[in-house]
Write a protein that binds this ligand. Structure first.
Ligand code: AMP
Ligand code: GLY
Length: 422
């Protein structure tokens, strides 16, 4: 079977790595991929957002199954276009993917079907948004409606910051058209957890729970990033929270989407806030999380191809998905300056010195004159699996010590919340 993975970050490297283990897979292509993916797949120089070029490539190479990593092509309809051309592709349709593409739509569906989430109001006028915040007060959370590469969410602790956020999102359009509508939300407190699940539109099978580390620096300080590391499973996701998340959130949401004519097939990601054993939705994403995919896929025993086929053939209810009873962690090594401006092209040393049981997933890397160099903000995801979270943490950080590049920075506390709970 010939498989095409769309995307070129750490998540896509983990997907390629997992697909390579399938006895069913003979060839893996990745568009555009990166220097690490190039060691396990044939990289194709096509952007993840260039749907016509991806479609032409898949036809030309007679690709049997395409798997989409990032949200952007899903929200612009890559699945619909491949299916219309008679090609097999794993992921939600454009209509289903709109729950990530529009925060307003996601909130409206949750409100209509009674799915627990933060209270909210929607605005198309900055003056009305400002007046509302003046009346309801702070803290509050301001979100651009559309896709903003994880940056369109601002938590305001005082009125000045809230008004500045309204201006940035709606008037200055710092996130472009994503800011045509604004969601103002109640601030939720507690501990965050990411629940990824496979669904064929009827059956929902959750993956092991995981936790991202969104802030740039230790102790959750500094600016938000795409994610500085993740681990799985997350002890905050107790059996009671898991039961409630399935009964109150994931199953009702998949049913709601079907009732709304947006039948969802693929991976759904619920970002939850948990307080006193009670989960509420922060956001839905329509794909694997990055970096959550790295530890989660490291624990997946079942062949990913088997799962994708069961989803596409609507028979997930008859599949058993198995997980390793272990813990896994991914420590992200980032470029100096990230998430603000950073330099690229720094040579990466020590990649061949990490132990064999460590997987170094590449995110922002490229090959130049026979050397691997940095080419993005998040550069590598050093991933280790162990009997428990503490052994996984030690293994990962021992491997991190072998790797270096100019300006490299990373968090030292990935997984600490799990340690504190155990
Ligand atoms: P989102 O893209 O909606 O998940 O927002 C990104 C991050 O902002 C989340 O992972 C949370 O850390 C934070 N966040 C979003 N909404 C809220 C909220 N209502 N209360 C507290 N934190 C939030
Ligand atoms: N790790 C957060 C995300 O993938 O959106």
């Amino acid at each position: 079977m010939k498989v095409l993975v769309v995307g070129g970050g750490g998540r896509e490297h983990a997907l390629v790595w997992k697909l390579r283990q399938s006895p069913r897979v003979t060839e893996v292509y990745c568009a555009p991929g990166n220097a690490g993916i190039a060691r396990q797949a044939t990289c194709v120089n096509i952007s993840a957002e260039d749907i016509p070029a991806l479609l032409a490539f898949a036809r030309d190479k007679a690709i049997d199954l395409t798997l989409v990593g990032p949200e952007a092509p899903l929200t612009t309809g890559i699945v619909d276009e491949f299916q219309a051309a008679g090609l097999k592709i794993f992921g939600p349709s454009r209509a289903a993917a709109e729950i990530e593409g529009s925060k307003v739509l996601a909130k409206e569906i949750m409100a209509k079907y009674g799915i627990p989430t933060a209270g909210y109001a929607v605005f198309t006028s900055p003056d009305e948004a400002s007046a509302y915040i003046q009346k309801t007060g702070v803290p509050c959370v301001l979100k651009a409606d559309g896709l903003a590469a994880g940056k369109g969410v601002i938590i305001a602790n005082d009125l000045a910051a809230a008004q500045a956020a309204v201006k940035s999102i709606m008037v200055d359009r710092d996130f472009g058209d994503a800011g045509a509508r604004l969601v103002v939300e109640e601030l939720l407190t507690g501990e965050e957890v990411s629940i990824l699940a496979f669904t064929d539109g009827d059956t929902v099978i959750p993956m092991v729970s995981s936790q991202d580390h969104k802030r740039a620096f230790d102790n959750d300080e500094g600016p938000n990033t795409g994610g500085m590391g993740a681990y799985a499973p997350a002890p905050v996701y107790t059996p009671e929270v898991a039961r409630r998340a399935m009964e109150e959130i994931l199953v009702p949401m998949i049913r709601a989407l079907k009732a709304e004519g947006r039948t969802y097939r693929g991976v759904i990601y619920a970002g939850l806030m948990v307080a006193e054993q009670s989960p509420k939705v922060l956001e839905f994403n329509v794909r694997f999380g990055d970096p959550e995919a790295q530890p989660v896929l490291s624990l997946l025993e079942t062949d990913l191809v088997e799962i994708m086929e069961a989803v596409l053939e609507n028979r997930l209810d008859r599949l058993e998905i198995k997980w390793k009873p272990q813990a896994s962690i991914c420590v992200v090594l980032a470029s100096g300056g990230y998430p603000s401006a950073y330099e690229k092209g720094k040579v990466i040393y020590g990649l061949d010195e990490t132990p064999g049981d460590i997987t170094v997933f590449h995110a922002g890397t490229a090959e130049k004159d026979g050397q691997v160099v940095t080419s993005g903000g998040r550069v590598l995801g050093v991933t280790a699996t162990g009997a428990d979270i503490s052994s996984a943490i030690s293994k990962a950080y021992d491997a991190v010590d072998k790797i270096r590049f100019d300006g490299m920075h990373y968090r030292l506390d990935i997984g600490r919340k799990a340690l504190d709970r155990s």
